[in-house]
Design a binder for this molecule. Structure first.
Ligand code: NAI
Length: 482
C-alpha cells in the first residue's frame, strides 16, 4: 500500500462488511472484551511482535485487535488455504480507523483459496518484520504448528548446511516448504537462526499442533517454550466439542443442502471433535455410527447410544462420512470406491491427510468436477458419484465460517492470556511445553458466565476447607478431567 503498510488480501473493498461483522462479533466475545478492559492501562504486550498463523475469520479479527489493544505489534496469516473470510481479512488490513483508500490496520496476508505456494509465501511474509534487528517476531501464535515448523526446519537446515532436494520431497506441501527454505537461505544463510534467537515462545491452538510440539520436545529439538492452549479445559472441551457441534453441519448444509435427518452418518474418531460432530448429526435426526481405535472413547460412544463399528462394516451403506481423528489414512481410495452413489465425504480434522485424496485422483477412469468452490463431485467409470467437501481439508472452515464467536471467545481468551504469560514471564517458562495454569482456565470460564445468565454458587469457607480448595479457586486438581 502507498503508506508502506504491507498486506495482501483478496478484496480491500470488503472492509466495511468485515467491520460490521467484527462489531457484531465483539458483543458475542465477552472474554476477549473483558481482557481488553482489564489490561488497557497496563499494556502487557507492549514490545511484543506477534506473528499469528490462525484461520483469518471474523472471530480471529477480534483476537488480533485484542492483542493490539494490549500493546502488541502483529502480523497475520491463515493456517489453511481455504479458511480465510475475505471480508474479515480486508477489515483487518484497513483497521478500525482506516479506509480502503488509506488502510491503517495490520499486515495480513490471507485470502480464501490460496495455492500451496501462496500459503507458504504468506507465512514467510508474516514472519518477516521490517525494521527489527533479526527481522522477525518475538512471539508466535500458531494453529496447527506451520509457522513453528517453518522456523524449526529453517534452523535445522542452517545447522546441517543444506536443504534436501526439492525433487525428492515426499509430498507437494513438503516440496513447497523446501522451495521456500532454499529461497530464504540463499538470501540470508543465517535468517532462521537469527529469527529463532529472539522468539520468546509460541502459544498453540490445536490438538495436531500440540502433538507436533510434544514430539519436538521429546526429541530435544524445541527451540523456545510453548503453551499448549488446546488442552486448556475452556479450549478443547468447548471449541473442539461445542464449536464443531455448530460448524460441522453448517459446513455440510452450505456445501450440499442435503437433508441430514434419516441419513446414516459415520464419524471416524470420538475425541473432543468427534463428540461434538456426532451430537450435531444426531440432533439433525441422522443415525450416527462411530469408528474408534481407543477402547475408552469407543466405550464412551457406546454409552452415549451410538453404534460403534469399523469403517469396513458400513462403508457401502452409509450416506455421510466425517473424519475427526487428527490421524492419517482414515478413509482410503479403496473405501471411497465402495461407497454408494452421492455419498458425502468430509474431514474436520486439522490436516488434509485423513482422506486419501491423492489415491482418489489416481483411481482409473475417475473424473473430478467442481460444483462450486470447495464442493467437488468425483464420478467413477460406472457413473457413481461421490461428493467431497473442501478437497479433504477441514470442511467447517472451508465450506462454512468455522466456529461461532462465543465459543471462540473462550479459546482466544486462553490464547491472549497464554501470550501474556510467555511474553511477560520468560523466567518462569524455560523451554518446554506447558498448559495454561488452572486459575487462568477458570478465569476464562468465569468471563463467559454473565452473558449466559449463569449464577454461580459461592463456596463457604468451611466448605472450601472441607474439599481442600481456596474459596476463589482453583477448584480442581490438575488431573481432573471434566
Ligand atoms: P482427540 O485426540 O481428542 O480425538 C481424536 C480421536 O480419534 C481419538 O479419540 C483417537 O483415538 C481417534 N482415532 C485416531 N486414529 C483413529 C482411527 N484410525 N480410526 C478411528 N479413530 C481414530 O483430538 P480432537 O481434539 O478431537 O482433534 C481432532 C482433530 O481435529 C485434530 O487434528 C485437531 O487439531 C482438529 N481440530 C479441528 C477443529 C476444527 O475446527 N476443524 C477444531 C478443533 C480441533
Amino acid at each position: 500500500a502507498a503508506n508502506g503498510h504491507d498486506f495482501k488480501v483478496a478484496d480491500i473493498s470488503l472492509a466495511d462488511y468485515g467491520r460490521k461483522e467484527i462489531t457484531l462479533a465483539e458483543h458475542e466475545m465477552p472474554g476477549l472484551m473483558a481482557i481488553r478492559k482489564e489490561f488497557a492501562a497496563s499494556q502487557p504486550l507492549a514490545g511484543a511482535r506477534i506473528m499469528g498463523s490462525l484461520h483469518m475469520t471474523v472471530q480471529t479479527a477480534v483476537l488480533i485487535e485484542t492483542l493490539v489493544a494490549l500493546g502488541a505489534d502483529v502480523r497475520w496469516v491463515s493456517c489453511n488455504i481455504f479458511s480465510t473470510q475475505d471480508h474479515a481479512a480486508a477489515a483487518i488490513a484497513v483497521g478500525p480507523n482506516g479506509t480502503p483508500d488509506n488502510p491503517q490496520g495490520i499486515p495480513v496476508f490471507a485470502w480464501k483459496g490460496e495455492t500451496l505456494e501462496e500459503y507458504w509465501w504468506c507465512t514467510e511474509q508474516a514472519l518477516t518484520w521490517p525494521n527489527t534487528p533479526t527481522g522477525g517476531p518475538n512471539m508466535i501464535l500458531d494453529d496447527g504448528g506451520d509457522a513453528t515448523l517453518l522456523v524449526h526446519l529453517g534452523v535445522q537446515y542452517e545447522k546441517d548446511g543444506k536443504v534436501p532436494a526439492v525433487e525428492t520431497a515426499e509430498s507437494d506441501e513438503h516440496r513447497v516448504i523446501l522451495q521456500t527454505l532454499h529461497r530464504t537461505l540463499a538470501e540470508n544463510p543465517q535468517k532462521w537462526t537469527q529469527l529463532a534467537s529472539e522468539i520468546r515462545g509460541v502459544t498453540e491452538e490445536t490438538t495436531t499442533g500440540v502433538h507436533r510440539l510434544y514430539e519436538m520436545q521429546r526429541d530435544g529439538e524445541l527451540l523456545f517454550p510453548a503453551i499448549n492452549v488446546n488442552d486448556a479445559v475452556t479450549k478443547s472441551k468447548f471449541d473442539n466439542k461445542y464449536g464443531c457441534r455448530h460448524s460441522l453441519i453448517d459446513g455440510i448444509n452450505r456445501a450440499t443442502d442435503v437433508l441430514i435427518g434419516g441419513k446414516t452418518a459415520v464419524v471416524c474418531g470420538y475425541g473432543d471433535v468427534g463428540k461434538g460432530c456426532a451430537e450435531s448429526l444426531r440432533g439433525q435426526g441422522a443415525r450416527v455410527i462411530i469408528t474408534e481405535i481407543d477402547p475408552i472413547c469407543a466405550l464412551q460412544a457406546a454409552m452415549d447410544g451410538y453404534q460403534v463399528t469399523t469403517l469396513d462394516d458400513v462403508v457401502e451403506t452409509a450416506d455421510i462420512f466425517i473424519t475427526t481423528t487428527g490421524n492419517k489414512d482414515i478413509i482410503m481410495a479403496a473405501d471411497m470406491a465402495k461407497m454408494k452413489h452421492q455419498a458425502i465425504v468430509g474431514n474436520i480434522g486439522h490436516f488434509d491427510n485423513e482422506i486419501d485424496m491423492a489415491g482418489l485422483a489416481k483411481l482409473p477412469g475417475i473424473v473430478k468436477d467442481e460444483v462450486k468452490p470447495q464442493v467437488h463431485t468425483w464420478t467413477h467409470p460406472d457413473g457413481k458419484v461421490l461428493i467431497v467437501l473442501s478437497e479433504g481439508r477441514l470442511l467447517n472452515l472451508g465450506n462454512a465460517t468455522g466456529h461461532p464467536s462465543f465459543v471462540m471467545s473462550n479459546s482466544f481468551a486462553d490464547q491472549t492470556l497464554a501470550q501474556i504469560e510467555l511474553f511477560t514471564k520468560p523466567d518462569e517458562y524455560p523451554t518446554d511445553v506447558y498448559v495454561l495454569p488452572k486459575h487462568l482456565d477458570e478465569k476464562v470460564a468465569r468471563l463467559h458466565l454473565d452473558a449466559l445468565g449463569v449464577k454461580l454458587t459461592t463456596l463457604r469457607p468451611e466448605q472450601a476447607s472441607y474439599i481442600g480448595v481456596q474459596v476463589e479457586g482453583p477448584y480442581k486438581p490438575d488431573h481432573y478431567r471434566y
